[in-house]
Write a protein that binds this ligand. Structure first.
Ligand code: FES
Length: 82
């Protein structure tokens, strides 16, 4: 099952560095990462916010987002090898 990254399509686009990072991660990991765009994720006060699986990340920076996603992808890949 791919890692799920959920975001508000409107708020993410208002933060180009975060939106660009999400697009880059999705391109680099097409089968391991599923990006889910919502109309609103009820995080309007925490923009930009994302959910990575069940964890909520308010006011996330692009580099923090990249780190979280790559760490989780590495952990998932390592778990499947065991
Ligand atoms: S409109 Fe983006 S989180 Fe609500």
């Amino acid at each position: 099952m791919p890692l799920q990254l959920m975001m508000c399509r409107y708020c993410a686009r208002s933060r180009p560095e975060v939106y660009t990072m999400i697009a880059r991660l999705a391109r680099a990991h097409p089968t391991e990462l599923e990006v889910i765009e919502l109309e609103c994720m009820a995080a309007c006060d925490d923009v930009p916010a994302v959910m990575i699986d069940t964890d909520y990340f308010p006011r996330i920076h692009a580099t923090e987002l990249e780190h979280e996603v790559l760490e989780r992808l590495r952990a998932a890949a390592s778990a499947t090898r065991e």
